[in-house]
Design a protein around this ligand. Structure first.
Ligand code: AMP
Length: 380
């Protein structure tokens, strides 16, 4: 009996637990919060991610360690890796935790991306904003997620406001300035690499964000075959360089024919949630197969698949459950503004049928705005 330890006990851990049960796996999840939602399905150890006594106890209970949360201190990941196999490896985790290191790596690997600069002072910010032109975006290097820790600079006059908003974090999280990409679309590659180096990617996924938070995903994305191949080749380059093991996501902006990298997530990813019901093998199952050294499963999409995120509170399930291929995912969380509490997956054999299903759901739930861009992409 193999026990997988997961650092972080949120919905990603919860979905890994669900995917791991048929493989005969046991789990222990580790999280600072006593009500972490994966704890409803697997033993939860409550502890701080930098508490070495708690981590030693955790290491004693598990055979292999992985992550649901990418901001586990890299030092804790390294400490655990001296005691148990840890995938992805702590060095890869450390690169992906820091926007500056990941963007520097993308540049070294020849992956196109918007201009960026490490920012250490207000004067440096003003100088770089003048150099990049506006709009541009000031972000924290670390610990930002879902559009948090970001300030959009629309004109030179915003420099002071940006510094006021984020300048205090220059010593803690660090700051990075990025050129703004007026993208046509956002896409992501969700991919997996096994312990033996085998690499597989799910089809390119199209993503729509609202206020920096993922709202909907569609697979396969509307993209040219060249974009599809190029994006997956970039993901492979990154994974091989980092000797990455497990699932990760590479988020990209499409501008015309161009693809520009935004960031990578060193874990299963929200833009891969559709794979639970729309692919031969889900990202959660393949992540577990990878970290355990098992053969990887097929990543092909079964027709067309879409994911709708539920933020803040769960809507009524009936409209989704009434669809022939509508699947409900409730994370068992308390409602809270801005919180990801669940999602729905829809699948259909062709684009028209999926668009019809989305329209029915959008109308039933009063969420026409959420489904509309996906319907438009499907109807071409
Ligand atoms: P991030 O946390 O970097 O993934 O940013 C969240 C969202 O903000 C992205 O998915 C984009 O919609 C938007 N965004 C972030 N960086 C940029 C950029 N450099 N140019 C344009 N939009 C961006």
């Amino acid at each position: 009996m193999t026990t997988v330890g997961i650092l972080g006990g949120g919905q990603l851990a919860r979905m890994m637990v669900l995917a791991g049960a048929p493989l005969g796996l046991r789990f222990v999840v580790f999280d600072p919060a006593a009500d972490a939602c994966a704890g409803q399905l697997a033993p939860l150890q409550v502890g701080a991610f930098d508490d070495l006594d708690a981590l030693a106890e955790f290491a004693g209970k598990v055979d292999v360690v992985t992550f649901d949360f990418e901001n586990v201190p890299a030092a804790s990941a390294r400490w655990l890796a001296e005691r148990k196999p840890v995938f992805p490896n702590p060095a890869a985790l450390a690169v992906a935790q820091d926007r500056l290191s990941e963007k520097t790596l993308f540049r070294e690997l020849g992956i196109p991306l918007p201009p960026f600069a490490d920012i250490r002072s207000r004067d440096e910010l003003a100088a770089k904003v003048a150099g990049f032109g506006t709009p541009c975006i000031l972000k924290t290097r670390r610990l930002g997620y879902d559009g948090k820790g970001q300030f959009r600079i629309r004109g030179a006059a915003d420099v002071d406001a940006a510094w006021q908003a984020l300048g205090a974090q220059v010593e803690t999280t660090g700051l990075i300035l990025e050129g703004f990409v007026a993208f046509d679309r956002e896409v992501s590659v969700v991919a997996v690499r096994g312990r033996d180096g085998e690499f597989r990617a799910w089809p390119l996924t199209g993503n729509w964000h609202v206020d920096g938070v993922l709202s909907a995903s569609l697979a396969p994305a509307v993209a040219t075959a060249a974009q599809h191949d190029t994006a997956i080749a970039y993901a492979r380059r990154v994974a091989e360089h980092l000797d990455y093991v497990g699932v990760f996501a590479l988020e990209l902006f499409c501008r015309g024919d161009e693809l520009l990298a935004n960031e990578m997530a060193p874990r299963v990813h929200n833009s891969g949630h559709w794979t639970s019901d729309g692919a031969e093998t889900s990202q959660f199952e393949n992540h577990l197969r990878a970290v355990l050294g098992l053969p990887l499963g097929d990543t092909r999409v079964l027709g067309r698949a879409c994911m709708l995120n539920w933020i803040g509170a769960m809507p009524d399930a009936d409209a989704v459950l009434a669809e022939p291929a509508g699947h409900w995912h409730d994370y068992g969380k308390q409602p809270r503004e801005g919180r990801k509490v669940g999602h729905a997956n829809l699948r259909a054999d062709d684009a028209g049928a999926l668009a019809d299903a989305l329209e029915r759901i959008g109308n039933a739930l009063g969420r026409q705005a959420q489904v509309e861009p996906v319907v438009r992409a499907l109807r071409g």
